[in-house]
Design a binder for this molecule. Sequence first.
Ligand code: SF4
Ligand code: SF4
Length: 421
Amino acid sequence: MIKRSFLGLVKPRLQYNVEPDSVQELPVPNKVILLLKESQNGGRASSLKVGDNVKTGQRLSRSADSADYVISSVTGTISAMEPYVGTLAQKYTAITIDASGHDDWDESFKNEPNLDTARKFFESMAGGPSFTAFADPEKTIKTIVVNGMDDDLLLTANQCVVKNEAAAIKSGVQALKSITGTHKIVITVPENLVQQANATGAEVKTVNGTYPGSLPHMIMKDVLGQVVEAGDTIEDTGVVFMSAEAVAGIGTAVDTGQPRVTKTVTVVGKDGSSKNVKARIGAPIGDLLRACNVSVNDRDRLILGGPMRGAATYSEDLPVEPDTDGIVVQAEADSAQTTDYPCTNCGECVRICPVKIPVNMLVRFLEAHLYEDARNTYDLDCCIECGLCSYVCVSRIPIFQYIMLGKYELSLMETAEATNE
Ligand code: SF4
Ligand code: SF4
C-alpha cells in the first residue's frame, strides 16, 4: 500500500468561470423521472406502484425503514416504474410521475434539525449532502466545508447559489451545527463572492481560481493545510464537504418546513454561451436545453457535468439528478474523440497531474484490468479525479474513464470481500 502523500503540486493553467451567470426558474414540468437506487440484493420499489398519487416533498422508498429513497419533486400520479441502469452499472428503479401542475405539499417532513431528519430527507435534495460520517462512531468530524465553488470548468451553478441565497445558506449553517454538533464551518468561495459569503455566518476562505483548485482534496491542502494520506478518505481526516446549494437547501427546509425539490444547473451551448436554470429534480434535461435555446443534433456530444469531469450521455429524456450541476453540449467538430492508439510515453499526463501520479504507467495497468496492481504500485488511490491527464493526452486515451472504472471495480471487490467475511 502507498506511500505517496498529497504533495508536489504543479499549477495547471485552466481558469474557472467565476462570474455566475443569471438564473431562470423553470415552470413545473409535465413529468419527472426520479431514480431510486436498487439495494444490493436487487429488491425493486415494492411499496410503490403505478397509479399511486404522490405529493410534492413526499419521501418515496421501498419501505419505511429503507435507507434508499427519493423526494418527489412534484404532485401527481406515478405512471411508470421501470428498471434503469446508470453509470458504472448502478441499478435503479426509474419512477415516472405525471405532474398535476400544482404543488400539494406532503406534511410528513418535520423541520426539526436532527440527524434522523437529515438522513431521511436531506440526502436526496440538491447537492446530495451526506450525513453518513456523522453517524459513524469511528469518525470524528471537526470541520464542515461548504464549497461555494463549482467543481468543473464552465459551471457557475453553485456560485450562483452563493451570490443569490446567502440567507438560506446562513440558516443551513445554523441547522448543520444543531444536526451534527460540529461548530467549525468554513465556506470556500472565489474572491468576487467574499461579501456574500461573509453574510452566511461561516468562516470565509478564498479558493484558487485555477482548475482544479475547487476540488475537495485541493481545498484540503491549499486552504485547510491538511494532507489526506493515500488510502484515507477526507472524512477520515475529520472533514466533511457539502456544496453551497446543499446547505442552502437544508436552510430552506428548516425555515419553510418544505424540503428543496429544485436543482440549479448550468447549461452550456455549442457556442460556449451559458446560463443557469433552476428546475425540478427529475425534469427531463431536454426541457432545460429548450429553455436555453440549445439544440442537439446527431453526433453532437451531450455531457452531464462539466467538460473535465462530466460523463457523456445519450438522451435528452434523462432526468436532472440531485448532483447534476451542468449540461454541456459540444458540436461533433469540437469534441475530443477518444482512440485506441497506444501510449507514446510523452509524459504530458505525468507533468500535469496535480498529485504527480505516474499516469503513463498507471494507464497500462488499468487497460489490462490489473486494478489491484494499479492501486498498489501506481497510486490509483491518490487520484483526485480532476481529468487533466485525459485532457492533455496526445494519444487521446480515455485515462479518466479508465481511472473511474478501476476505482469502481475495486470498490466492488471490497464489498464482495466484506460480504463474504
Ligand atoms: S485524474 Fe489524472 S491528472 Fe487528475 S489526479 Fe487523477 S491521475 Fe492525476
Ligand atoms: S499523455 Fe497519453 S500518450 Fe502521453 S504518456 Fe500520458 S498516457 Fe501516454
